[in-house]
Design a protein around this ligand. Structure first.
Ligand SMILES: NC(=O)c1ccc[n+]([C@@H]2O[C@H](COP(=O)([O-])OP(=O)(O)OC[C@H]3O[C@@H](n4cnc5c(N)ncnc54)[C@H](OP(=O)(O)O)[C@@H]3O)[C@@H](O)[C@H]2O)c1
Length: 257
């Protein structure tokens, strides 16, 4: 068991890799993990200046961070990314597989197989390649933590979201299987599943729809990226050391299991 240094430095001495950390939930997560003492690799795909800004913010606050580009759907780029992170920050203790793989929102009958496949494969490739790249080191060290960002839509769908729901359910099953397999090596694997969260990915939703969702939510609002980051930190903390293969909805009570 890792020694816990105290209240608000829960991640001290750890190296975290957060995919898709240039914006949204990933950005908030990278900043929170860094504030709790982790050295953080800020992965980005297209938004280099945004990723560099996250790193600068972390460093200005006295933390350690490194921006690293990779399309997480590409095996070779992921392998190079993890090598670069290990060189600059050290071996990865925590992987947060968060990058948002885009998808069309429309009725099933309007989908082509190629569109559907791109979401399914993109979602699963990103977590598959990242886990394969960090796990050998974690297994060797007999410790590690992986958190995959799913969605409450993996458990209850919504019209138009068939590709996203299907892909995220696959991700959930992947996490359960992996948790079984790597548990004996002291590695935990869990899902954090946000409900509607205010990021660029949801900026297109009409305000009335967001207000309606807030009204239907027991906590009477929709999520901010920082709400999801808090749940990631809680799952990553050694205080949570006996929790693996679990699914934590971050939805203000909208999804109760
Ligand atoms: N927002 C919600 O309501 C909500 C709800 C449930 C689940 N989620 C899940 O939460 C996660 C984060 O979503 P978000 O709302 O924070 O998204 P977002 O604000 O749109 O940010 C997306 C992030 O993913 C990165 N990204 C996209 N494609 C990538 C790729 N191929 N390789 C590496 N990075 C890539 C982007 O990087 P660049 O900008 O650098 O390209 C960006 O940093 C996703 O897994 C999403 O499915 C979100």
């Amino acid at each position: 068991m890792n020694k816990i240094e105290g209240g608000y430095q829960d991640m001290k001495g750890k190296v975290a890799l957060v995919t898709g950390a240039s914006r949204g939930i990933g950005r908030a997560t990278a900043k929170l993990l860094a504030a709790e003492g982790a050295a953080v690799a800020v992965n980005y795909f297209q938004s280099e200046s945004a990723a560099v800004a996250v790193v600068e913010e972390i460093m200005k606050a006295g933390g350690r961070a490194h921006a690293v580009r990779a399309d997480v759907r590409n095996e070779e780029q992921v392998r190079l990314m993890v090598g670069e992170v290990e060189k600059s920050l050290g071996p990865v203790d925590l992987l947060v597989s968060n990058a948002a793989i885009g998808f069309p929102v429309k009725p099933f009958t309007q989908f082509s197989w190629n569109e559907f496949e791109a979401k399914l494969c993109g979602e699963l490739k990103s977590v598959f390649f990242c886990c394969q790249a960090v796990l050998p080191g974690m297994i060797e060290r007999r410790s590690g933590c992986i958190i995959a960002i799913s969605s409450t839509l993996s458990r209850h769908s919504s019209p138009g979201f068939i590709a996203h729901s299907t892909a995220k359910s696959g991700l959930d099953a992947f996490v359960r299987s992996l948790a079984e397999e790597v548990g004996p090596f002291g590695i935990r694997v869990n899902v954090v599943a946000p409900g509607l969260t205010l990021t660029d990915a949801t900026a297109w939703l009409p305000e009335e729809q967001k207000a309606m969702m807030a009204d239907m939510t027991p906590l009477k609002r929709v999520a901010l990226p920082e709400d999801v980051a808090g749940a990631v930190l809680a799952m990553a903390s050694d205080h949570n050391r006996f929790v693996t293969g679990s699914y934590i909805p971050v939805s203000g009570g909208m999804l109760m299991l």
